[in-house]
Design a protein around this ligand. Structure first.
Ligand code: PLP
Length: 465
């Protein structure tokens, strides 16, 4: 090792010495001596490495070192799970947490989080109650189901349903519906995990009622339909309707199961979108058990909702898996609040996911114009333009639906869009954008009114002004 590097290493003070520095003593009072000691150690290690690899050749400066330690402590303080601004135009972005709560609902959940509640306590009788009772009535009223149950997510709902009703037996399902939902969630894997066996029928593009009929046998436990949420087979296709499949199941004393994916309580046509069956319609068609997500188009918390015939749900309530998949009080508080909005007919106004879906092009364009004003583009080293853009629902729902929206496209002078995207993502409040048209593109559909000011500040900072 050369002389200068050795000298730089020798200059580094020891940890106890550094902890005496006034700027770091303030932080020891704020956090703890141990937390600051750990941060100082980490920064010293980092500095040593930098010196050894020749990336640092400055003499030691106490002020510069204080800054590095304080910045590390601040970053730690922000936590790893953080708020971001979603400027992607994808409403249900699974990577960004899918649906969000209204401030009123968040306050209600916060209150239940900080206080005791009647989670499993029946206030009327003073005896033990069931956590599922808080939402059961609402779910039954909204869907017309006999009974309802809530678990951690829809994958868990499918797992519990099949484990309770099909373990050791066969589930008949169309080949065109053996889908992978995202991440590594595959319907066939979940069926196998439940102890059920898959009996595939039909072909990828066409399955007829007679295909199911031929597959029926002594080992059949259920007929199942899966909503092919994230893709569409178009052209020469045929699938069996829920009503026809339920009819066939009932003729043989079997349940018809339906994994609805998103789970709708309102008609998408009210938002000018193509019709998708609601949960109530699927049940009315005769399906015995319907499962769906709480945080897709329903707009509630992550949850898996199971509605249907009481006899089948009873089997699930007594299955040991229910305990392993059970939801916590915050989820139930969020779900109850969401369901109340549907019951009160205020869902389209109160649930952010639906509000985001319902926005008109004019409303979005108006917000884009306001962001443009906040940005003060006159002095910006960038070309900023207002553009029409295609947004989407996301979350594996309605893949062929295009939502017309508006965006700001920003082409920074002397900076690639990839670099600009990286800077926005690394901001104190990260802004997540698309790169398109050789520019970064901020869609205004998913960017809230209350986020315009922050977004404009962060864009300006990323451009170095
Ligand atoms: C999204 C989806 C799932 C998985 O739901 P999670 O709530 O994410 O577990 C299962 N089935 C279908 C058809 C889906 O669309």
């Amino acid at each position: 090792m050369d002389e200068t590097r050795q000298q730089l290493l020798r200059q580094l003070p020891d940890v106890d010495h550094l902890l005496q520095r006034p700027a770091l003593q303030i932080w020891q009072e704020r956090k703890s001596r141990q937390a600051v000691r750990n941060a100082v150690r980490a920064e010293l290690d980092k500095r040593r490495q930098a010196i050894l690899t020749g990336q640092w050749d400055q003499p030691f400066s106490g002020e510069v070192f204080d800054q590095a330690v304080v910045s590390r402590l601040q970053t730690e303080g922000r936590g790893h799970l953080r708020r971001v601004i979603n400027a992607t135009g994808t409403i249900l972005h699974t990577n960004l947490g899918r649906s969000v709560f209204s401030p009123e609902l968040a306050r209600h959940i916060g209150e239940l989080a900080c206080h005791y509640s009647n989670l499993e306590y029946d206030l009327a009788s003073g005896r033990r109650g069931s956590r599922y009772d808080h939402v059961r009535g609402l779910l039954c009223d909204l869907t017309g189901a006999e009974d309802a149950l809530v678990v951690n997510n829809n994958a868990a709902a499918v797992l519990l349903t099949l484990s309770s009703l099909a373990a050791g037996k066969e589930v008949i399902i169309s080949r065109g519906e053996l889908v992978e939902i995202g991440g590594s969630f595959r319907i066939p894997d979940v069926i196998e995990q439940s102890g059920g066996r898959i009996r595939e029928v039909g072909t990828t593009n066409k399955t007829h009622l007679a295909d199911y009929q031929r597959a029926l046998g002594e080992d059949t436990a259920a007929l199942m339909k899966v909503h092919t949420s994230n893709y569409r087979i178009i052209g020469f296709t045929e699938s069996v309707s829920p009503a026809a499949l339920a009819g066939l199941a009932h003729d043989h004393g079997l349940p018809c199961l339906h994994d609805a994916g998103s789970g709708l309580f309102v008609d998408l046509e009210t938002f000018g979108l193509p019709h998708e069956p609601t949960v109530g319609e699927v049940l009315a068609a005769g399906c015995d058990v319907v499962t769906f997500s709480g945080d897709k188009l329903l707009g509630g918390p992550q949850a898996g909702i199971i509605v249907g015939k009481a006899a089948y749900l009873d089997a699930m309530k007594h299955h040991p898996l229910l305990r392993a998949l059970r939801v916590d009080k915050m989820t139930l508080a969020g779900l109850e609040g969401t369901l109340q909005s549907y019951r009160d007919g205020t869902a389209a106004r109160q649930i952010p996911t639906l509000r985001c879906l319902a926005q008109t092009e004019d409303e979005i364009k108006e917000r884009a114009e306001r962001l443009l004003q906040f940005l003060h583009t006159d002095d910006l080293p960038a070309c900023v333009s207002l553009r029409p853009i295609d947004d989407c629902i996301g979350g594996g729902a309605c893949p062929d639906v295009v939502l017309p929206g508006w965006a700001l496209a920003i082409e920074a002078d002397g900076m690639t869009p990839e670099e600009m995207e990286r800077r926005l993502r690394h901001a104190d409040l990260p802004v997540i954008v698309r790169v398109q048209y050789n520019a970064v593109v901020l869609s205004l559909r998913t960017l809230g009114d209350d986020e315009l000011q922050d977004a404009s500040r962060i864009v300006r900072e990323a451009l170095g002004v």
